[in-house]
Design a protein around this ligand. Structure first.
Ligand SMILES: Cc1ncc(COP(=O)(O)O)c(C=O)c1O
Length: 415
């Protein structure tokens, strides 16, 4: 396509955009388990209006737009408070979980360089840790030492300890990890890191806006936040279970000193002083404003309600799946991520079941190893859980012993 010779009318532009959406997943149906997290039309409206208010401003320079600096600080303070960071905690908003993770790795590398002169840094992470850590490895030249998970899908702490050496700058745990939804043994990982004076990052991109409320609801939540000695930073996505639109995450450090390793400052060029907290230069203000707005609109009561609905639905899902002959859930999920697999993968092909579910309008991710179907439950999908379990049972029966030759997985794709 080339740029149109003459501009189109507003109506023509908008109707073309609307038409482009024809094949998009219908997430409003509650049948899309991931990608979009919907807390209700009212929440969406607040987010949209807040985003529109700040459509054109640039977060690059809060001196020009103090409102953006203020909103960002408020969001960071709210997250730090939820994670029990106390007065010392300091952080920044980022564009998403991946950017938060990239910056956590960069900060750990820079600290290793500054304090211990580490020239060939490595980080020790589970094979369940998010792919973004591998992206960070490539971007920042921090080698990955990948540790297998145990039978319960949590990282093996002994193997982690054995992999840490003088060049290790970072130990990672997830709360929860994405593939099976379990929380790594954070106190053990953090104490390993603390003994050596290195960073311990907790990836709570999925759990950051669920676990604090789950605990307040009286649900058992293992230790994962700044109350654990040795945890140096936490990533948490407001654009997931914080229910803000995309482009909003936080990276919170235990203190200013640790945060200082994340920041890029430069003035040796012809354009003057340049300080930046993240990957981007110019920074959209819309996601910052909408995250601020959603947090304030929902408040603690709103998040308690949404968390309750989400976790109750997750339990119904787990029980429902385990009641279907031939299916099981991997591990004991401690939050809203669930992996469904076959009891006997030779007898039942869950990827074939996925095809049958897709024909009924459900969207979940195929993942492996092992072959399994991944769901992120949220308030938007909770009302559809019972229908999902019924369809899942029907699809398992329909598929029987048939298989698909397509073994591809599809968490994220290029085109
Ligand atoms: C545990 C975990 N970390 C990080 C990410 C990356 O988040 P994003 O897609 O916002 O970059 C995800 C995404 O699902 C995740 O589940």
């Amino acid at each position: 396509m080339a740029l149109p010779q003459s501009g189109l009318s507003k109506n023509a532009v908008l109707s073309q955009l609307d038409a482009l959406r024809a094949d998009d997943k219908d997430w409003r149906s509650g049948r899309v388990f991931g990608l979009v997290f919907h807390a209700g039309d009212d929440v969406e409206e607040v987010a949209r209006e807040a985003s529109t208010l700040f459509l054109s401003e640039n977060g690059l320079n809060p001196l020009a737009f103090p409102s953006i600096g203020r909103m960002q600080q408020d969001v960071v303070d709210i997250a730090a408070d939820l994670f029990h960071g106390g007065d010392e905690a300091a952080g920044f908003m980022t564009s998403g979980g991946t950017e938060s993770i990239l910056l956590a790795v960069e900060a750990a590398r820079n600290r290793g360089r500054a304090e211990r002169d580490v020239a060939a840094p490595n980080m020790v992470i589970a094979n369940s840790a998010h792919a973004a850590f591998h992206k960070a490895s490539e971007y920042f030249g921090v080698a990955v030492r990948k540790i297998p998970v145990r039978a319960d899908w949590r990282v093996d702490v002994d193997a982690t300890a054995a992999a840490v050496d003088d060049d290790t700058v970072l130990v990672v745990g997830s709360a929860p990890q994405y593939p099976q939804g379990v929380i790594d043994p954070i106190p053990e990982l953090a104490s390993l890191a603390a003994e050596r004076g290195i960073n311990c990052h907790v990836d709570a991109c999925m759990g950051g806006f669920v676990l604090p409320f789950a605990q307040r609801l009286g649900r058992p939540v293992p230790p994962w936040d700044f109350r654990v000695d040795g945890v140096t930073s936490i990533s948490a996505d407001i654009h997931k279970l914080g229910y803000a639109p995309k482009g909003a995450s936080v990276l919170i450090h235990r203190n200013q000193e640790l945060r200082s390793h994340q920041i890029f400052v430069f003035d040796d060029w012809l354009g003057g002083f340049y300080a930046s907290s993240g990957i981007a230069g110019s920074k959209p203000a819309g996601p910052i404003a909408s995250a601020w707005a959603v947090l304030h609109y929902l408040g603690e009561e709103g998040y308690l309600r949404l968390t309750d609905v989400t976790l109750a639905a997750t339990e119904r899902l787990i029980d429902g799946v385990r009641a279907i002959p031939g299916l099981t859930v991997l591990g004991e999920p401690e939050s809203q991520c669930v992996a469904i697999s076959a009891v006997d993968p030779d007898a039942l092909d869950v990827f074939k079941v996925m095809d049958a579910l897709a024909e009924r309008g459900w969207h979940l991710d195929r993942q492996q190893p092992p072959d399994s179907l991944h769901l992120t439950v949220s308030a938007g999908t909770a009302p559809a859980i019972d229908a999902f379990v019924a369809d899942l049972r029907a699809c398992v029966e329909k598929v029987g012993a048939t298989r698909t030759s397509d073994r591809s997985t599809d968490y994220a794709t290029l085109e």
